[in-house]
Write a protein that binds this ligand. Structure first.
Ligand code: GRF
Length: 187
């Protein structure tokens, strides 16, 4: 059984989609959920699903404690879902090529520091583009710069607000993140 940890700072809807998708899977188990934010939606989602969760501080993440905890829980893969802190190098080395992130734009467009949440969708709207989408990528030392694993685009030519773009992209994220994560993990 491959043990997976989800790290999520925000609403947690992608975490929920992953948890639903893998429930009952005989090879992949979402074993633990972690967040740096007390109010993160993922805590409720994990509780309802009966999945262990824990909170950690940025200091604990940067000082090696998070890596130790992940290893002691025998975590094999880490999936980031709206996790806003930069992953430190010890975790990148400890989980080389086994940390994925999802980003709500077609990277390299609209990525990098400060490009999260509605900032991304507003930037897409301001760019006047007719399409947006999602990117699933490996996590590296710089925000949104790791190797791209998968992208899917969506027509936003009829969207009149950044919120509308956000909801179209989010639906696509829920559809693809579990399937692409599964393909990577089971590869
Ligand atoms: C998603 O749009 C994801 O692409 C980005 O952060 C957002 C998280 O949303 N990294 P949620 O917390 O999964 O609802």
């Amino acid at each position: 059984m491959t043990r997976v940890a989800i790290l999520a700072s925000g609403t947690g809807s992608n975490a929920g989609a992953l948890i639903d998708y893998f429930s009952g899977d005989s090879e992949v188990n979402i074993s633990v959920v972690g967040s740096n934010r007390k109010a993160a939606g993922v805590f409720d989602i994990a509780e309802k699903a009966g999945i262990k969760s824990f909170r950690f501080s940025k200091d604990e993440m940067d000082s090696g404690k998070l890596l130790k905890d992940l290893k002691s829980q025998k975590v094999d893969w880490v999936l980031l879902c709206g996790f806003l802190l930069k992953i430190p190098s010890d975790i990148l080395m400890g989980y080389k090529d086994r940390i994925l992130n999802i980003h709500p734009s077609l990277l390299p467009k609209h990525g990098g520091k400060g490009m999260y949440g509605m900032n991304v969708h507003k930037a897409v709207q301001d760019s006047g583009s007719n399409e947006s989408g999602l990117t699933i990528h490996k996590v590296s030392e710089n925000y949104d710069e790791g190797d791209i694993v998968f992208q899917a685009s969506v027509d936003i030519s009829h969207c009149t607000s950044a919120e509308e773009i956000a909801s179209k992209v989010l639906a696509l994220e829920h559809q693809y993140y579990p399937r692409i994560a599964e393909a990577m993990i089971k590869d």
